[in-house]
Structure formats: C-alpha cells, structure tokens
Design a protein around this ligand. Structure first.
Ligand SMILES: [Zn+2]
Length: 341
C-alpha cells in the first residue's frame, strides 16, 4: 500500500508530542492523516513517543471506518493485514473532516475538563477558535457518536472532551501541533508547589513488600499536598487513570495501613492496588507496575497540582469506571503496554 508523503511528518510530529509529558502520558493520545480514502491512524496500545522508531501507524479504509460507526462495530478492519489493531478512537479520526487529527491528554485541558465550573473559562479563553466542549462520554464508539452529532451541524477544529482531553483537526501536522499548543497556552493554569516527600520513610515502608517508590519523584506531590490528595482519593478524573491505576487512589497509613489495604483488596476479590498515597510522605507503586501505570501516576500529579482549591471537581461515575474496567479493547491496549520493552 502506498504511504502518503505526510506520513513522515505525522511520525515526526507524533514523536515530538508523545515525548512531552504535558501533552501525552504512556499509551495515551493518538493521531492520524487522511490520504484519499485511506486513514493512517495510530495502532491501539502503541506509544506516540515511539512514532519515529517503530511502525505505529496502520491504514484503514475510510468507508470501512464510517460503516463501522454506523453499524456500532468497534473493530475496524485494517486495509493491510498485520498484527496490530487500529486505535480505539479510529471512528473519531475518520468522521472529522480535517486531513490531520491529533488527540492528546494535555494536562491543562484535562484540569479544566475535570471541573464543573469551567464553562465560562472555556468561552473566555478559547474565544476566536472553532471549539466545542462535550460532557464525558465513554471513549471509542460512544464518543465518536457524540462528536458525529456536533460535526453534522458545524465545523469544529477544537474539541474539549469532558473528563478526558483534547482533539484538534487541521490541514497539516504542523498546524495541528500548533493548535494543541495554542489551546494549552490559553488554558494554562498555575502549578501549586508541593511539600517535599520523605523518601527514606517511604523506603522503610516498602521494604519487604511488593511496593516501591515511583520513578518520577514529582508523583509524591499527590500525597504530600493535602488538596491534591483529596482530589486523587475522591474518585477518578479521566479514563486512562481507571484503566492503568484502577478507580481513584487509596491512602495507606504506615505498615499496618498497607496490610489492611491488601487484605481488603483480597477479601473483595480485587488485585492489590497499583499505587497508593501515604499522606504526608509520598506515593508508592507496585513493583510490577507497567510503564503505562507509571506514566498515569505522573499525569495525576501534573493535573491535580493545576486544580485550584476553588475548583468544583467532576469525577467519573461508578458506572463509567466499571465500563472502562470491563472493556475488551482496553484490556488489549493494557497488554500491549505491559509487554512494551
Ligand atoms: Zn484519550
């Protein structure tokens, strides 16, 4: 199959965006380019940051992608047989009229999109852009259907996805990337300074357990800052958090608290929590946590430190969390991420 000339530009741009933790964390985000009736879209479970080193884009026929949306079919066949699956958001990429579509989990956008009191701020800060804000919708087909309704009525270049992230459409890769940066600059929030962690105390707590300190020291702020901690333990802010870390985050108080947390999980037939917050000391993560889970803990630190004390937080419902946890497409994505070298 002939590869379009701007697939190279898509790889370059995707790798750049994927390496920026403020825009994409782990296997999150996706991008695409349309070439006649072929859509080149990121494969599910691959990382945008790998775009220059691995073949992360797969071709699908646009008519097939649009048909799948009409038929409520989550699996879109590849136009060239291969081992990968097209991104969960392929229908969304297919239905937007723009040549290039870029979806990111940009932390300033997410911080605003996880609030109930953000409507006026969006109107003020995004003035002049062709933008729309959607309430939270389950990713994949339900999200694509909701966007389809908007696109049928008007031309939109910027979509703020409630409790999720940002989608932009443009004619070129450069324009799409610039638009993401423009939106993030407009929505930029001050970052709250976090009290220092006590890594020595955390190491003593983890000694002899299945837990360790996270790779990114910034993650401790979620536990040392009382306000970030309250937000993080209150529920789940966006889908990838649930998929990679489970709903919300538990707190543990000392060794006894850790034992109690593990006993409770076992009694409920649940796996040991991937990560936990030790109030005042810092965050801990399971020794076998995937790079995707590590990235999601970093994301939570970046988002919660940008949520002001006055924010009215909007959480995913228990029903939404369950849908994410029991979603076959997400299990596949997690497996791929876990096996990423
Ligand atoms: Zn997403």
């Amino acid at each position: 199959m002939r590869e379009p000339g701007d697939l190279h530009a898509l790889r370059e741009m995707s790798a750049r965006v994927g390496r920026n933790m403020l825009l994409v964390q782990g296997a999150g985000g996706n991008s695409s380019v349309k070439d006649d009736d072929v859509l080149w879209v990121k494969a599910s479970g691959t990382w945008l940051s790998d775009a220059n080193d691995k073949d992360i884009f797969v071709p699908v026929l646009l008519p097939a992608a649009r048909e799948a949306l009409a038929d409520d079919d989550e699996r879109i066949p590849l136009a060239r047989p291969g081992p990968l699956r097209a991104s969960i958001e392929t229908s969304l990429h297919a239905l937007l009229p723009h040549r290039v579509v870029l979806h990111v989990h940009a932390v300033n956008t997410i911080a605003w999109a996880a609030r109930r009191d953000s409507r006026d701020a969006f109107a003020e800060r995004l003035a002049g852009l062709a933008w729309r804000h959607l309430d939270y919708v389950h990713p994949g087909l339900p999200l694509a259907r909701a966007v389809n309704e908007i696109v049928a009525r008007e031309t939109v270049d910027v979509l703020i996805l409630g409790n999720h992230g940002l989608v932009v459409g443009a004619e070129t890769c450069d324009q799409a990337e610039a638009l993401v940066h423009d939106v993030e600059t407009r929505l930029a929030l001050p970052v709250r300074a976090m009290p220092a962690a006590d890594e020595a105390a955390l190491r003593r707590l983890c000694a002899g357990t299945d837990y360790r300190l996270p790779g990114d020291a910034e993650c401790h702020g979620i536990a040392t800052d009382p306000y970030s901690r309250a937000i993080a333990t209150g529920g789940s802010l966006y889908p990838d958090h649930v998929v990679f870390l489970g709903p919300g985050l538990p707190t543990v108080d000392g060794r006894e608290g850790l034992t109690t947390m593990l006993a409770r999980a076992e009694a409920n037939g649940l796996p040991a929590p991937v990560a936990a917050l030790v109030p005042g000391l810092g965050a801990i993560i399971r020794k076998d946590a995937s790079p995707g889970a590590e990235a999601m803990l970093s994301c939570l630190a970046l988002v919660t430190s940008r949520l002001p004390l006055s924010a009215e937080i909007s959480y995913l419902s228990g029903a939404h969390e369950q849908l994410l946890l029991n979603w076959d497409a997400e299990r596949y994505r997690q497996q791929l991420t876990a096996s990423r070298p």
